[in-house]
Design a protein around this ligand. Sequence first.
Ligand SMILES: Nc1ncnc2c1ncn2[C@@H]1O[C@H](COP(=O)(O)OP(=O)(O)O)[C@@H](O)[C@H]1O
Ligand SMILES: [Mg+2]
Length: 259
Amino acid sequence: MIELDNVFRLFLPKRRAVDVFVALEDVSLRVAEGEFVSLVGPSGCGKSTILNLIAGFLQPTEGTVRMRGQPVVTLNRATGYVTQDDTLFPWRTTRANVEFALEVRGVATAARRDVVERLLAQVGLQGFENHYPHELSGGMRKRAAIVRTLAYEPEILLMDEPFGALDAQTKLLLQDQLLRIWEEQRRTVLFVTHDLVEAIALSDRVLVMSRAPGRILAEIAVDIPRPRDVFHIHSNPAFPGLYERVWEHLSKELGAARA
Ligand SMILES: Nc1ncnc2c1ncn2[C@@H]1O[C@H](COP(=O)(O)OP(=O)(O)O)[C@@H](O)[C@H]1O
Ligand SMILES: [Mg+2]
């Protein structure tokens, strides 16, 4: 579904004295339809840049970004984007926030209600449909933001550290809900995270990036059967080996950054 081929992305310096900054260097990757792929790598290695290229917010300096074989040259409307600091509209209720994209698309009121009720129930937000964002917990707001994106059925979901700001238990609950929704819908997901356990628990494949200029260093297939139990992922016999493989690549990059 998504193909990046030999993608370079440079950024021009703000001050003339500084060299052009190479954010991505020769990045090639594939994401198949229905696949859940995670990207991990040191801060500033170009993970968000990759998502922005796929969403069409940015163009590659060199190389190609394709979706279903077509170059992404403008805003890619087939993508749904969820970020760490996604905010709901404070003046809309939970339901009205989730309905927003459907409203914009002109979906009829009754059909909208059905989709939204089902999605809210799936993430345990029934009973909170008429609450405003300030009346919800951080985890609830995050769930509402995710289902708002799911409501308009994007072909590919780009998630940029969506659970980064949540406490550990809330994070586990949301990972579990995301997995259930994913197992049901098999939507294509490209997921950025700093949390290696999260990357392994959720993904079919984990791509490890180098520090800047960002390159793909390794690709680790996660051969843990589904449905998965995020709460006990550590006790899966395949887990320690997978964690070691991801960490082996990543730790070298972090060590290099410290030196
Ligand atoms: N629009 C931009 N202008 C200049 N530099 C940018 C821009 N976007 C990203 N960068 C730089 O490119 C590098 C990669 O950024 P990013 O993709 O956000 O990294 P990550 O998400 O892996 O932390 C960073 O050094 C960042 O400062
Ligand atoms: Mg980022």
